[in-house]
Ligand binder design. Structure first.
Ligand code: CA
Length: 234
């Protein structure tokens, strides 16, 4: 096994689409393991590590949402990209609430798909947490970026890879209003200002973890017409 190649899990029951995705990702230098059901994918996750999971929502047997929740119990960190066939907004948000890190609606543009995958796989230096700082403290929270953990008022939680990336940029730019597009580009690798609920849903998640009252955020503030601002003091 070539350990340099990103190892991707694809869970997709449409064989033609799966073949196309596998072919294109392999062309891009990835290693892809394809599974047709969530059950088979979960069995494989017990003994193999993946760098990214691409998960279709509509699957025979266990659906993608269920599979996503189950994946999170086995691997709290791995980035998960959901493929949703339905265009209803609630469906996408449902995926993000179940632990996915981004979604793409079918039928999707291949170029957009590959950019998104690369964005999620990217290991760049900017979000590498400063190893000197063991815990980042704010409010009633201690965040341990290096170990993907946080102690909150509600107890200890595991953070996903993408949550650590978002938190890293917020901590680095504490007190500054960060434009939506900058967050989407830096964290997820979006190239255009694509209409997406991903970022807003992530903020909802972070507020739920870290805010004393998620409905009245003091740390993760909305900056109207711009994006978001993180404030350590609140
Ligand atoms: Ca399907």
């Amino acid at each position: 096994m070539d350990s340099e190649k990103p190892n991707i899990m694809l869970v997709e029951d449409e064989i033609h689409l799966a073949r196309g995705i596998c072919f294109n990702l392999e062309e891009e230098g990835c290693r892809v393991s394809h599974f047709e059901t969530g059950e088979k994918a979960l069995a494989a996750l017990e003994f193999e590590h993946f760098d990214l999971i691409i998960l279709d929502v509509m699957l025979p047997g266990m659906d993608g949402f269920e599979a996503c929740r189950a994946v999170r119990t086995l691997d709290a960190r791995v980035p998960i990209l959901m493929l949703t066939a339905r265009s209803e907004d609630c469906d996408r948000v449902h995926g993000l609430e179940n632990g996915a890190d981004d979604y793409l609606t079918k039928p999707f543009n291949l170029e957009e798909f590959l950019l998104r995958v690369k964005g999620m796989l990217r290991r760049s230096s900017w979000y590498r947490p400063d190893p000197v700082e063991e815990a980042y403290h704010f409010g009633h929270n201690d965040v341990f970026l290096l170990s993907y953990r946080a102690r909150t008022a509600q107890g200890e939680i595991d953070l996903t890879e993408m949550e650590v990336r978002v938190l890293s940029i917020f901590f680095q730019k504490e007190g500054q209003a960060i434009p939506r597009v900058e967050l989407l580009q830096t964290v997820w690798g979006y190239t255009t200002d694509t209409e997406t609920r991903t970022l807003d849903n992530f903020i909802v998640r972070l507020r739920r973890y870290f805010e004393p009252d998620p409905g009245k955020p003091i740390h993760f503030q909305t900056v109207r017409g711009v994006g978001y601002r993180f404030s350590r003091k609140g």
